[in-house]
Design a binder for this molecule. Structure first.
Ligand code: SAM
Length: 269
């Protein structure tokens, strides 16, 4: 917990706004949550923190596995949906916090497991996020993440958004760097034992490439903001839409977009 001024507060405020429309996409991240909770070897009675919980898919899956769970996210609109999801699943014990992966509002050594599914990767300073996740873990605790590799579809989508948007503030790390095992191992560094990796595929149903693009423009914040910024320039908008569908085409078959992800698990040192 730090009280110093955050040089990335403006970026985080934009993130909070950008992710507010994410709830419909969480239907597709729900199966990945089961994979991550299983890969993390979450056990009944363990204390678990889900960083970047969004609508709570990982937090609620871990709670259903018997863990005592806390979910944290930057975006209050998504936490409202998470609370509703917990209520529907009759898991009133899950605790929800609005907060930042780089400044976790918890004391040292509170959790057995820290999880993050496509969440902590958006914190601009990986070293700060890693130090915070390690700080709130018990001495023999573990972290487990799902992240998007730069070389597969979602990583390439972020590169597409990045090259067509104003540059991020200096010093902000590109999120898909968290999808490269070598970089992950380096970032966990001397705070964790050597990580274990696995991989999976998230299948995203779509009736056509244009259906997928339309969905992305409404519910995937980075894509939505890019297209909104071009709304007054019809030619640019049409070119961006065409480029995006060309990018997605090789990953589309059998009415699904194929999205490969990386899983990481590491024990604290
Ligand atoms: C792609 S969504 C993933 C949500 C959820 N984990 C899932 O898999 O459905 C990314 C989430 O990370 C959150 N996020 C982004 N930056 C964050 C930060 N610095 N601290 C905490 N959460 C953050 C966003 O608000 C959003 O809910």
């Amino acid at each position: 917990m730090s009280s110093t001024v955050d040089p990335f507060s403006e970026l985080k405020s934009r993130q909070r706004d950008m992710w507010a429309s994410f709830a419909p996409t969480a239907a597709f991240t729900t199966p990945v949550a089961a994979h991550l909770v299983d890969f993390a070897q979450v056990k009944p009675g363990e204390t678990v923190l889900d960083v970047g919980t969004g609508t709570g898919v990982v937090a609620i899956t871990a709670a259903r596995a018997g863990a005592s769970v806390t979910g944290l996210d930057l975006t209050p609109a998504l936490l409202d949906v998470a609370r509703e999801n917990a209520q529907i699943a009759r898991l009133a014990t899950v605790q929800w916090f609005e907060g930042d992966a780089e400044n976790l509002p918890f004391p040292d050594g509170q959790f057995d497991v820290v999880l993050s599914q496509f969440g902590h990767m958006f914190a601009p300073r990986p070293d700060v996020a890693v130090a915070e996740m390690r700080r709130v873990l018990k001495p023999d605790g573990r972290v487990a993440f799902a992240t998007w590799p730069p070389e597969h579809f979602v990583g390439r989508m972020f590169a597409f958004v990045g090259k067509n948007s104003p540059p991020p503030p200096p010093g902000a790390a590109p999120p898909p760097q968290w999808g490269s095992p070598g970089t992950v191992a380096e970032r966990l560094g001397d705070k964790f034992e050597a990580p274990f990796f696995s991989r999976g595929i998230m299948h995203f149903p779509a009736l056509s490439l244009s259906h997928y693009r339309e969905f992305a423009e409404r519910s995937m914040g980075p894509m939505q903001k890019l297209m909104e910024a071009s709304a007054e320039e019809p030619e640019r908008l049409a070119a961006l839409r065409s480029e995006f569908e060309t990018l997605a085409a090789p990953y589309y078959s059998a009415n699904m977009i194929r999205m490969e992800y990386l899983l990481t698990r590491a024990r604290a040192r």
